[in-house]
Design a protein around this ligand. Structure first.
Ligand SMILES: [Ca+2]
Ligand SMILES: [Ca+2]
Ligand SMILES: [Ca+2]
Length: 717
């Protein structure tokens, strides 16, 4: 893991020295912005001015917000770490889309958004706009007074910490930018309606270990929940880690042209007949051709005289989509401006995917158009997608007098079909009682759809309505997620083991100098920990309910280089442990050690000491003989910082108040398994009793910026 990162940094530096990035960086003027009304420091920024700049022409402007690693005062790192700023200044792109590019640099002490970027979604109400972002806005406002910049064509993009900055900026100033590209960041989903019509192309990697992918998913889901938004593209999720994801996004071939040509989003259903397609009809009569049924003008019409059935004037007209299929949900017919006897009266709306096998979507008889150029609307109950839609007209209004059938417009309204559903992960290996969150996403991402979850074997594993899997007993089960739109499914194969072990996940342990990563496959729980490069870096497991005496402890780890680390039990150094090369950073292997434990609470720590070498990914520590009937977790000394009410909990919900610097709330059952966890975005929680599956003692664990606090709650059912 660590090694991968180092390699990547070396690659980026190499490219920036010999590649094109550096060349364009030279074309950016180095500037310093001061505004004592906002802050006392001056903010460095780089400014690219279009080479053919002419003050009589107005130009668009692209603002780029860099990531945390490029903070500082050198006014250089934000240009050279990646193509986030320089992409827009590259000659080929300037030739097509001349624009200003602004790349401010955040001081090392600041953030674009004052939230911990490992936490994902946050509240813009709770977290005021940062001084740094205020300075950025002031830079843009000032540049607009100095150059001929088109205020209606301001664009914003940013990655990582700058992805947060991008969401924050557009949520606080929803009409300032014409379009935005937030990469690998997070925002405030509760405010999604503010940007419901803003064109967005959102990027994230689902192996992101720095900013959780939930940050982008939460925003995308919140925007989709507002209704059919007709965005395409909208959200691109790669099977990649943090850095690879935004580097891949910056290399998307259509990214630049998309930004400069996208227009405000039209909310609501799409008229399928406005998408590219082929029109056909049973017949048509000059000059009232079939195309005039789809030209969005009620003054023009399609008329079928010769082709119509002479008795009923029955006929048909059809629209075949050239591109992907749509789910029709509504349609409208507008009567022509003359000859009411030619109006359609009875018809079927048909759908097909091959033009020969047709499904009836709707049947109408004795419909009346109350006037000329009258639009009637009809709702469908349909979730299937089709590429062919045909209006089969069975009779006209007055067949006795009508010389044909005609209509002014046919609209078929719907949403893009879900073409596939993805579930992550696709394979789950769980120990009995493990709980694991599954994630579903639909393709294309603007094809909004409700999803449902089911298990093939609930005795082995159950799944909640939100995709939370609980392992109940040894065996196999298949979890299926189904998208209502077009009925597409995806599966996750679950294998549950019952080895009588209790897992203590490294990502829930106390960390010193290390961090949570998710960029390898097949880890247990919510991730693993890495960065054991420095002396003193450690992971410490709090073991509850241990049996006294000699015990085997099993560390699950992976390393592509091998090395050694020191093992401590209850603060005492036991021995140096060799962790052999497992062949790759995701080559998970068990390392068994024998130690002596006390009854009840123990700490087991793996720490990098002088003389140890190598980097490791550590997934979890597992033990047998963990007592499940007793819990001996001590309340933390400063337990008063966690306030629980009522305790014991017999009815209602549990009220939890946390210290101001809390970052994560977890609830563990008597075996030490996490039954509930969420990042702390507020300091008061109401936990529903359903979280506590059975009667007994539970531990409320709170991670703060300084330490990890525990407090027990007794649940009486
Ligand atoms: Ca139309
Ligand atoms: Ca027309
Ligand atoms: Ca783990």
């Amino acid at each position: 893991m660590k090694k991968n990162i180092i390699f990547k940094i070396v690659m980026v530096l190499y490219l920036s020295i010999v590649g094109t990035v550096f060349t364009y960086a030279q074309d950016f003027a180095s500037k310093l912005h001061t505004n004592a009304n906002i802050t006392s420091y001056s903010m460095p920024y780089r400014l690219f001015i279009p080479s053919e700049y002419n003050a009589n022409t107005s130009y668009p402007l692209v603002l780029f917000l860099h990531g945390a690693g490029e903070r500082g005062a050198d006014n250089d790192a934000q240009l050279n770490a990646n193509r986030g700023a320089t992409l827009w200044a590259e000659t080929t792109n300037q030739d097509s889309y001349p624009c200003f590019v602004v790349a401010p640099q955040c001081p090392t002490t600041g953030k674009w958004v004052n939230t911990d970027w490992s936490l994902g979604s946050y509240s813009i109400t709770d977290i005021p706009m940062s001084t740094e972002l205020k300075m950025v806005k002031d830079i843009i406002d000032t540049l607009e007074t100095q150059y001929n910049i088109d205020a209606s064509r301001l664009y914003i993009t940013g990655l990582s910490m700058g992805g947060y900055g991008t969401w924050d900026f557009i949520l606080r100033y929803p009409t300032m930018f014409k379009a935005a590209i937030p990469m690998c960041g997070a925002g405030d989903p509760s405010k999604a309606s503010l940007i419901s019509t803003l064109p967005l192309w959102v990027f994230h990697g689902n192996e992101d270990g720095a900013v959780p992918v939930s940050g982008s998913r939460d925003m995308v889901n919140a925007i989709n929940a507002l209704g059919f938004n007709n965005r395409e593209p909208f959200y691109t999720e790669y099977n990649k880690d943090h850095v690879s994801a935004y580097e891949t996004a910056l290399a998307e071939p259509n990214l630049v042209s998309w930004l400069f040509t996208t227009n405000p989003i039209k909310l609501g259903l799409t008229d399928i007949t406005d998408q590219p397609g082929l029109i056909s009809a049973q017949g048509e009569d000059q000059p009232n051709l079939k195309d005039y049924a789809f030209d969005n003008a009620t003054t023009t019409k399609w008329l079928d005289l010769a082709g119509a059935n002479p008795t009923t004037r029955a006929s048909w007209i059809q629209y075949q989509l050239s591109g992907s299929s749509y789910v029709a949900m509504q349609y409208t017919i507008t009567s022509a401006e003359d000859f009411s006897d030619r109006d359609p009266k009875s018809w079927n709306l048909l759908g097909s995917n091959d033009g020969s096998a047709w499904t009836t979507l709707d049947t109408r008889t004795n419909e009346v158009f109350s006037g000329r150029s009258q639009k009637n609307s009809y709702t469908l109950t349909n979730s299937a997608a089709y590429t062919y839609y045909r209006l089969q007209i069975n009779s006209v209004n007055e067949p006795a007098t009508a010389t044909g059938v005609q209509l002014a417009e046919l609209e078929i309204l719907g949403i893009p079909a879900v073409t596939s559903v993805n579930v992550l992960p696709t394979i789950l290996n769980l120990e009995k009682k493990d709980i694991k969150q599954l994630y579903a996403s639909v393709v294309p991402s603007n094809a909004t759809s409700a999803v449902t979850w089911s298990s093939s074997n609930e005795a082995v594993a159950t799944v909640s309505s939100t995709g939370l899997v609980t392992a109940n007993a040894a065996g196999n089960a298949t979890i299926t997620v189904t998208a209502a739109n077009n009925n597409k499914t995806a599966i996750c194969d679950v294998t549950v083991f019952d080895n009588g072990i209790t897992k203590f996940e490294a990502e829930n342990a106390t960390m010193n100098g290390i961090y949570i990563v998710r960029d390898q496959q097949n880890y247990s729980g919510d991730g693993f920990v890495a960065n054991f490069g420095n002396v003193g870096n450690s992971v410490q497991f709090s073991i509850t309910g241990a049996t006294a005496g000699s015990q085997d402890i099993t560390l699950r780890y992976a390393t592509a280089e091998g090395g050694a680390i020191h093992l401590y039990v209850n603060g005492t150094m036991i021995r140096q442990v060799t962790l052999a090369n497992t062949g790759s950073w995701g080559g998970w292997t068990d390392k068994v050690d024998n130690v002596t434990l006390n009854a009840g609470n123990n700490t087991i720590k793996y720490q990098k000491n002088a003389g140890d070498d190598g980097h490791f990914n550590i997934d979890y520590l597992s033990l047998k003989n963990i007592e499940t009937g007793i819990i001996e977790v001590s309340n933390s000394d400063n337990e008063s910082y966690i306030s629980l009410f009522p305790n014991p909990l017999s009815t209602g919900s549990l009220s939890i108040k946390l210290p101001e610097d809390a970052t994560r709330l977890s609830i563990l059952d008597i075996t030490g398994k996490t039954v509930y966890q969420e990042p702390v975005t507020k300091n008061e929680f109401l936990i529903d009793r359903s979280v506590f599956k059975s009667e007994g003692v539970y531990v409320i664990n709170v991670v703060t910026t300084k330490n990890s606090l525990n407090k027990k709650v007794i649940v009486v059912k």
